[in-house]
Design a protein around this ligand. Structure first.
Ligand code: FAD
Length: 155
C-alpha cells in the first residue's frame, strides 16, 4: 500500500496537538505529537507514540519520564518550534510539574513516569503512569490538526 494513501487516511482523524517534553542531563527537550491517548482511569495511564527516527526516543528511554502538554489555539508557534517547522532556533522556557519540564500556558499539563515501552513497527509506544496534572483554568480553545493543517474550532 502507498505511504501517501495511509498518511492521507490517518490525517482525516482530527486531533488536538501536544508537546511531549522530557529532560536528560538537565537539558529539556520537546517534540510535537498528536499520537496521544488516555488509556486507563485506574490506574491513570496515557500513551504516546514516538517515531524511531525522533531524537525524543532515546531521551525518554534515558529519563523514564515525560510530560504531555495539550496546546491551546494560541500556541501554534510552539507546535511548529517542536516539530522542527521553523527555520530559526527559538528559546523556550519550561515550567516544571512533578519534576518534569512542562509548557507554560498549555490547556493541560500531564506529568508521567514510563511504565512500559512497546516497539511497534517504526514507532515506540510509551505507556505513562500519570504522577501529576495541572489544568489551565481559562476557557482557551484547543489547537486542532486535520488533514496536515492546523485548524481551530468553529462556533
Ligand atoms: P528534534 O528534531 O531535535 O527537535 C524538534 C524541534 O524542537 C527542533 O526544531 C528543536 O530545535 C526543537 N526543540 C527541542 N527542544 C527544545 C528546547 N528545549 N528549546 C527550544 N527548541 C527545542 N512525531 C512522532 O514521533 N509522534 C507523533 O505523534 C507526532 N505527531 C506530530 C503531530 C504534528 C501536528 C506534527 C506537526 C508533527 C508530529 N510529529 C510526530 C513529528 C515530530 O514532531 C517531528 O518529527 C519532530 O521534529 C521530531 O523531534 P525530535 O525528537 O527528533 O527532535
Amino acid at each position: 500500500m502507498d505511504d501517501r494513501l495511509f498518511r492521507n487516511a490517518m490525517g482525516k482523524f482530527a486531533t488536538g496537538v501536544t508537546v511531549v517534553a522530557t529532560e536528560v542531563d538537565g537539558k529539556a527537550h520537546g517534540m510535537t505529537a498528536n499520537a496521544f491517548m488516555s488509556v486507563s482511569l485506574n490506574p491513570k495511564l496515557v500513551v504516546v507514540s514516538i517515531a524511531e527516527k525522533a531524537s525524543m526516543l532515546e531521551k525518554i528511554k534515558k529519563s523514564n519520564t515525560f510530560s504531555v502538554n495539550i496546546l491551546s489555539a494560541e500556541q501554534q508557534e510552539l507546535s511548529m518550534i517542536f516539530a522542527g517547522q521553523l527555520k530559526e532556533h527559538r528559546e523556550v522556557v519550561f515550567d516544571r510539574l512533578g519534576g518534569v519540564p512542562v509548557i507554560a500556558g498549555a490547556l493541560a499539563q500531564v506529568a508521567c513516569e514510563v511504565t512500559a515501552a512497546h516497539v511497534e513497527g517504526d514507532h515506540t509506544l510509551f505507556i505513562g503512569r500519570v504522577i501529576e496534572i495541572s489544568i489551565e483554568e481559562s476557557n482557551a480553545e484547543p489547537l486542532i490538526y486535520f488533514s496536515g493543517k492546523y485548524r481551530s474550532l468553529a462556533e
